[in-house]
Design a binder for this molecule. Structure first.
Ligand code: ARG
Length: 246
């Protein structure tokens, strides 16, 4: 079978690396989340920490993977209806999400971060009375909404994190709240804007996991085995240092 001609799903019991019609796993990712996942402006390829982690796991497990850029809104639906085999998207493992999907072992620790122009907003409490930009349906959205209440009018929910950060730049919102890695990356790349960051000590630790369709233990076991292997042989550390080392 010529490359690219493999049928969509492997023959029964035949999705091993040796198989002629090797299954290609379709990996959904909202690639607007540098440095975890973004589209390289030159090559148009999806790149980033998450992408390198999944490629490394796939190599260990003899899996063929294809990344498909998938808007955050609808990313879980695409997993559920089988359009994607698994997701990598800086996805925080939460009890709520565990009801509708299964998660791999954690592969990254994160927390929420507040970013503002003047640095006056440092805690959840300081958010009161402010206009706040978040990415719709993320843990940042949940934390802010839980604290200020569903009826609080000042929460602006954007389809992507870059849109929330742009709103901060334009003055459409006073602050933005998002995952620390992404906020730090943005602040670093927009030095001229002189942005200030803060973490409320009350923000919980969050852990990223790969998401598979509920009950897909075969794939989950493979991914967990890969995560274990890249941790043990130093591959994970290399990738981590490439993106987060100084
Ligand atoms: N960690 C946060 C969450 O799981 C934000 C993830 C957003 N990821 C993305 N690629 N846009 O809710």
């Amino acid at each position: 079978v010529a490359a690219g001609c493999a049928p969509k799903s492997a023959a029964p019991g035949g999705d091993s690396a040796q198989s002629g019609n090797q299954k290609e796993y379709v990996v959904g990712t909202d690639a607007s989340y540098a440095p975890f996942e973004s589209v390289d402006s030159k090559t148009q390829q999806v790149v980033g920490f998450d992408i390198d982690v999944v490629k490394a796991i796939a190599e260990k497990e003899g899996m063929k993977v294809k990344f498909v850029n998938t808007p955050w809104d609808g990313i879980f639906a695409a997993l559920n209806n089988g359009e994607r085999d698994f997701l990598v998207s800086a996805i925080t493992i939460t009890d709520e999400r565990k009801k509708t999907m299964d998660f791999s072992d954690k592969y990254f620790e994160a927390t929420q971060m507040i970013v503002s122009k003047d640095g006056s907003v440092k805690t959840l409490n300081d958010l009161k009375g402010k206009k706040i930009g978040v990415q719709n349906g993320t843990t940042g959205d949940t934390i802010v909404t839980d604290f200020l209440g569903k009826d609080y009018k000042g929460i602006k929910r954007y389809d992507s994190m870059p849109l929330a950060l742009e709103a901060l730049k334009n003055g459409d919102v006073d602050v933005a709240v998002g995952d620390n890695g992404v906020v730090i990356d943005y602040v670093k790349n927009n030095k001229a804007d002189n942005l200030h960051t803060a973490i409320d000590p009350k923000f919980p630790k969050e852990y990223y996991g790969l998401a598979v369709k509920k009950g897909n233990t075969e794939l989950l076991n493979k991914l967990n085995d890969g995560i274990k292997k890249i941790n043990e042989d130093g591959t994970y550390k290399k990738i981590y240092d490439k993106y987060f080392g100084q």
